[in-house]
Design a binder for this molecule. Structure first.
Ligand SMILES: [Zn+2]
Length: 166
């Protein structure tokens, strides 16, 4: 039996992202905290980037879902610090994005430390979700939504969307 805090977390966590409905807000790593006290619940989320136009939709969806589950008062708060990073996307989220043909951001080379980090840290590579090649090229800065970028694979020639890395 899932009760109290964990129940509210689960209901909030399963909210699909409005821009990327193949993943939940938990998969994207934007769900930060769920605090409930009786019939009141406070949900804290961090936008994927400041000014994310999807945030009011996420807040409305969270409110609807939690009210339907019996919580009378729902407060959705946004927290901007620390800023969201694509490293917060969970393994399940990465898999779901890849399964939908959307390239998750690459994490390789992010953790090079020390004074040589800037010299040796490779530019994050974007892997083709269809053939796995890293010979990909960004073709446009605006993909289907604000947090995506359009790429084309040099290997299989297929265009695809990638999640903006930051
Ligand atoms: Zn390819």
């Amino acid at each position: 039996v899932v009760t109290g805090h964990r129940r509210a977390w689960r209901i909030a966590a399963d909210t699909p992202d409005p821009e990327l409905p193949v993943v939940t807000i938990e998969d994207l790593g934007i769900l930060r905290a769920v605090d409930d006290s009786g019939d009141t619940v406070a949900v804290t989320i961090t936008p994927t980037y400041s000014g994310c136009p999807a945030i009011p939709t996420v807040a409305a969806d969270l409110t609807d879902r939690l009210r339907a589950a019996g919580y009378r008062q729902v407060d959705v708060r946004t927290r901007l610090a620390p800023p969201w990073s694509s490293d917060w996307i969970t393994e399940r989220g990465r898999q779901r994005l890849a399964d939908a043909g959307i390239a998750p951001p690459d994490r390789s080379g992010r953790h090079v430390a020390g004074p040589l980090a800037l010299l040796f840290a490779p530019a994050p590579s974007v892997r083709c979700p269809r053939c796995g090649s890293v010979r990909t090229r960004r073709v446009a800065d605006c993909g289907a939504t604000a947090c995506r970028q359009m790429y084309r694979c040099e290997e299989c020639r297929e265009p695809f969307d990638a999640i903006r890395s930051r």
